[in-house]
Ligand binder design. Structure first.
Ligand SMILES: CCCC/C=C/CC(=O)SCCNC(=O)CCNC(=O)[C@H](O)C(C)(C)COP(=O)(O)OP(=O)(O)OC[C@H]1O[C@@H](n2cnc3c(N)ncnc32)[C@H](O)[C@@H]1OP(=O)(O)O
Length: 253
């Protein structure tokens, strides 16, 4: 993690090749978000060390033929990550410098502002297309960002938006030519709050987001049970196996 001299933390996801979110990366993200809060940074920008992938979403290997204890810890740690990021009182922005499917889109939509590089990248919640179901809070993060009707169609069809489509529907706020420009634009967004008292800003954001946050906070055990039931279904395991094989085949071409 790098903190700029203007007090804005730039947090770079760095888990090659595609920043898939495994237990270790999620734990590191949670520690970093706590540090950003403790250091009283003016805000945080999330970006990726990869030139083509922001994050490939959840690491499918954590869910395929999972160890029962580890997969439960994995899910609870993912819930923690989302609660910390979506509920952060400090300003958050995503400089999306590559593809952002599924959990990658979740991270981006948990932030308050999104700048994505122009190019052949895509962003969206594609879960249904993989035969899995986007959990309530994944869906809520999208509904919080784009109009409800567009969100429903995107979720039920597993739509991956091109950069132009994402801009048009409001899934991203701006485009940028390169990563440096994306970070600059995110900083400009965060600096908008320079003259706004941070306590008032933070509390307003938390009130604005509390309904969605409360839904998971009061439902964590049921959400975990629902995930564990789903992930252990033979049909879901079969979908994950086929998807992994397809990804492997594609990467070997
Ligand atoms: C049961 C309920 C669960 C509910 C919630 C689920 C949310 C999720 O996040 S599920 C994960 C969904 N993610 C995706 O659909 C993205 C899959 N990946 C891709 O589409 C592409 O990898 C990419 C567009 C992100 C990048 O393409 P690129 O050509 O640069 O890289 P690849 O050659 O495809 O991949 C390199 C390498 O990485 C492996 N890999 C890719 N994504 C994942 C992943 N999500 N988990 C684990 N591993 C992944 C891929 O198989 C390649 O591996 P090898 O080099 O070993 O062949």
């Amino acid at each position: 993690m790098a903190v700029d001299n203007d007090g804005i933390a730039v947090v770079t996801l760095q888990r090659p090749p595609v920043n898939s979110l495994n237990l270790d990366l999620l734990q590191a993200m949670n520690n970093t978000f706590d540090d950003v809060a403790k250091n009283k940074s003016k805000g945080m920008i999330l970006t990726s060390a990869s030139p083509t992938v922001f994050s490939a979403g959840l690491d499918i290997m954590e869910m395929y033929k999972p160890d029962p204890k580890r997969v439960e810890t994995f899910w609870v740690t993912l819930q923690d990550m989302w609660l910390k990021l979506f509920g952060a009182s400090f300003p958050t922005a995503a400089a999306i410098n590559g593809h952002a499917p599924a959990g990658g889109c979740l991270i981006a939509t948990s932030c308050e502002y999104r700048v994505m590089l122009s190019g052949k990248f895509t962003i969206g919640l594609n879960e249904t297309a993989l035969g899995i179901v986007a959990p309530t809070w994944f869906q809520d993060s999208l509904r919080h960002t784009i109009p409800t009707r567009q969100a429903e169609i995107a979720l039920t069809t597993g739509k991956m938006f091109t950069v132009d489509e994402a801009l048009k529907v409001g899934l991203i706020d701006e485009t940028a030519a390169d990563k440096a420009e994306a970070i600059e634009k995110c900083k400009k967004f965060i600096k908008r709050f320079d003259k706004i008292p941070s306590l008032a800003r933070g509390m307003t954001k938390q009130i604005f987001r509390q309904e969605v946050l409360k839904k998971l906070l009061t439902n964590r055990q049921a959400d975990t049970k629902q995930f564990l039931d789903l992930v252990n279904q033979p049909k879901v395991q079969q979908s994950l196996e086929l998807y992994l094989a397809m990804l492997k085949q594609k990467s070997q071409k």
